[in-house]
Each structure stands twice: as C-alpha cells, then as structure tokens.
Design a protein around this ligand. Structure first.
Ligand code: NAD
Ligand code: UDP
Length: 346
C-alpha cells in the first residue's frame, strides 16, 4: 500500500463542483483519486481536468453504495481524507423518486462512512446545502439557524447531517466538516469545465446561459411578487472556484487540529443576495447577449430570500469568496459559448 497523507478520495469528482475542486486540490499539492459512477457526469470532464493540471488522474468507476468496490480503493491507497460530493441533486426528481434519492444520498453515505471507519480514515468534507435551512426565519442565515426541509433531496442532506452528528458523538476521532453550499454557479476561467445539466436546466444560471446561447428561447421567472428588492427571488450565488477553494481550506483546517472537531457545519456563501432580475441584467451586460424573459407563477416550494452569513468560514477556515457576480456571468458564458452542448460534443 502506498503511504501518502496528502492523498484525497473525491467521490463524485467527475461532477460539476467535484471537477473544479480537483483542480484546486492539485494546485494545493494534494494527490487525487476520483470515485464516481458517472450517473450524472462524463469521463470527458476528468480528461479535461487532467489536461488542465497536466497529469493523469486516477479514476475508479464505482458506486458509493458498493462497499466491496470502495474497500478495494481504500486497500490500494492510504487516504488522509475523503471529500464526498457523490449524490443526486435534482429537487423535482427527488419528489418523483424518493427511494432513489435516499438510497444514493443516505445509504451511499452510510456505506462510505462504514468503509472509512474500517480503514481508520476519519477526515471527511461533506457536501451539504443551504436547502437544510428551509424557509429561513432571519437573514443572513448562520450555522445555528433552525433546519427544516420540505422535499426528499433536502431531507436526504438533513438526514446525513444528523448521521454525521451522531457519529461524532459516538466516537471522538472524527473531523466531519459539513459544508453548506449556497448557490454554486460559474465555471473554470479556461472555459474547459463547467456545469453540464442533462436535460432542461432546473437552476437559474444554466437556464439563462442556455437562453443566451440559443438552446432555449425564453427564461421563465418564477414569481415577481416576493417581498424582495424587485419582487423576484433572492439567492446567494457563489463562484464554483471559490467554493472549490473552500474544500481545500476545510482539509487544511482538519489537518491542523490537535483534537478532532467532530461535526462542524460551515456555510459557504458570499453573504450577499442577488435577485433573479439582477442576475439576468448582469448576465446580459457582461455578455452582450439578449435574455428574453417572462414572469410566470411562483415555483412550488420556492422561498423569497436566502443568503449566508459567511463569518464562520472566514473565522475558522480563513476562507472568503472573492469572485463577483460579473465574474460568475463571464465565466459561465465562456464555458457555455465554448461548449454549447456541454461535454457531449466531445
Ligand atoms: P453533480 O451531479 O455534477 O456531481 C455529483 C457526482 O456524483 C456526479 O458526477 C455523479 O455521477 C456522482 N454520483 C451520484 N451518485 C453516485 C453514487 N451513488 N456513487 C458514485 N457517484 C455518484 O452535482 P454537483 O453540483 O457537483 O454537486 C455535488 C454535491 O454538492 C452533491 O452532493 C450535491 O447535492 C451538493 N450540492 C450541490 C449544489 C448545487 O447547486 N450544485 C448545492 C448544494 C449542494
Ligand atoms: N428561477 C427562475 N427561473 C428558472 C429557474 C430559477 O425564476 O428557470 C428562480 C427561482 O425561483 C429562485 C432563483 O431563480 O428564485 C434560483 O433558483 P435555483 O433553482 O437556481 O436555486 P434554488 O431555488 O435551489 O436556490
């Protein structure tokens, strides 16, 4: 077995946030092993990450629910820790297929934790979400805000959070850094990797960029009667490169603890909210593209406003977002216009 304390297992590393994080990990001197079943990603993303970092990446095609396959990976490598992105993330699909979501996101995480425990790998960075806060009572949202979810996707994240809390209580060896992402958008500045939704996008930024590139005709803005600056929904958009860096900082934080921290929830957001109309206007200005839109009814389950208090990330990790909405739009557009069909055309 190799002995490399700088080695990180990245589950879901072929996906949108995972692929960007692999680049940040490489730049910080970590060695990466990607484990992904490619259920929502393509091998081409890994090829492009390899060419951006100038070296091949070890990739194992496998499912996090497959304990035997995971054991083989943990036998072959000695990991300092695991960054666990693997999971399903579409809210609407989770309502239609709850068992599939609980199986992938909850059972899969339990299997991964069991194998980590067997191999005494006790550093985990987990992809949670601001969705665990539901409809917030106060803004900005800090880490001790009340948690509640209304759909199976959100529930699956919340259940995993509870599992991680219980695990940390049962055994004091764990560093379980639970990152709650706000709204990740943007792409690597090279335009080589980015978000590549399978069907019509559910999320705002990829929808806008597909309208801009001519794949979709018009944006539907879900509601203009919210109690916000202009009546449209407000979110905390965060550049995926900033988000990726947050994972490196979380690993460094775990590495520098003399006593394990147990369950540690940390928001990754900018602390600033933008409305749908503000994002549409910024995108049109930055790219010079027209974004036709129409107002439609509110989307079921949507909330008016959601933005983070990012103080804890700054205090504990020394992390803060540096990219602006302008950067987010420009980088999304570079990726979208260079790859109108995502990775599929490759
Ligand atoms: P993504 O779908 O692009 O990446 C997830 C990756 O996990 C994919 O490559 C997929 O093939 C893989 N995967 C899924 N199920 C698997 C399984 N059972 N075994 C092995 N691999 C599996 O999604 P993303 O946007 O990169 O999100 C990464 C993580 O962050 C997810 O857990 C998601 O829930 C969470 N998150 C995402 C957002 C967002 O808006 N993108 C916001 C908050 C939290
Ligand atoms: N939104 C919209 N049209 C779309 C997609 C999203 O008006 O086609 C709005 C949505 O109502 C919300 C914001 O854009 O106010 C962000 O939505 P997204 O799905 O990207 O993130 P989430 O709602 O999960 O935070």
């Amino acid at each position: 077995m190799e002995n490399n304390k700088n080695k990180i297992l990245v589950t879901g590393g072929a996906g949108y946030i995972g692929s960007h994080t692999c680049i940040a990990l490489h730049e910080a001197g970590y060695e990466i092993v990607i484990y992904d079943n490619l259920s929502n990603s393509s091998k081409e993303a890994i090829n492009r990450v390899s060419s951006l970092i100038g070296k091949p990446i070890e990739f194992i095609e496998g499912d996090i629910r497959d304990a035997e396959s995971l054991r083989k990976v943990f036998t072959a490598h000695q990991f300092f820790g695991v960054i666990h992105f693997a999971g399903l993330k579409a809210v609407g699909e989770s309502v239609a297929k709850p068992l599939m979501y609980y199986s992938n996101n909850v059972s899969g995480t339990i299997t991964l934790l069991e194998v980590m425990a067997e191999y005494k790998v006790t550093n985990l960075v987990f992809s949670s979400s601001a969705t665990v806060y539901g409809d917030p009572e106060t803004l900005p949202i800090n880490e001790s805000s009340k948690r509640s979810c209304t759909n199976p996707y959100g529930q699956s994240k919340l259940v995993v959070e509870h599992i991680l809390e219980d695990l940390a209580t049962s055994n004091k060896q764990w560093n379980l850094i639970n990152l709650r992402y706000f709204n990740p958008v943007g792409a690597h500045t090279s335009g080589q990797i980015g978000e590549d939704p399978n069907d019509i996008p559910n999320n705002l930024m990829p929808y806008i960029s597909q309208v801009a590139v001519g794949k979709l005709t018009k944006l539907n803005i879900f509601g203009n009667d919210y109690p916000t600056v202009d009546g449209t929904g407000v979110r905390d958009y965060i550049h995926v490169t900033d988000l990726a860096k947050g994972h490196v900082d979380a690993l460094r934080y775990a590495e520098h603890q003399t006593t394990p921290v147990g369950f540690m929830p940390i928001n990754l957001g900018t602390g600033k909210g933008s409305s749908v109309l503000e994002l549409v206007t910024a995108f049109a200005e930055v790219t010079g593209q027209k974004i036709p839109y129409q107002f439609t009814a509110r989307r079921a389950g949507d909330i008016a406003s959601c933005y983070a208090s990012a103080d804890k990330a700054k205090q504990l990790l020394g992390w803060e977002a540096t990219h602006t909405i302008t950067d987010m739009c420009a980088d999304t557009w570079r990726w979208q216009s260079m790859n109108p069909y995502g990775y599929k055309a490759s």
